[in-house]
Design a protein. Sequence first.
Length: 120
Amino acid sequence: MSDAQLQHFKQILLAWKQELMEEVDRTVHHMKEDASNFADPSDRATQEEEFSLELRTRDRERKLIKKIDKTIDRIENDDYGFCDSCGVEVGIRRLEARPTATLCIDCKTLAEIKERQTGI
């Protein structure tokens, strides 16, 4: 992969990370501003459920941020774009669709088949 392509993917990843970090800030602000102690149990339950959903989403995004950071490290260590399983190039089209991909399409397909068979 050329230096220009690596920089392209690094910029995509950095922009994606920035967007996720802004979402975290919005969530913190939203939860501080909208945290109310409703007298009505139904209103309180609705708010708690909303906050719970938001926190689960942020937890998934936190994990994604870690994956983005690992991917940026791979770019900087010249290890980006190669399958962790078989070592072949992952492919530009796959990386455009999923910049954090660590498996080529064949290995990912095989992993998904195994996952379905074992139910894990």
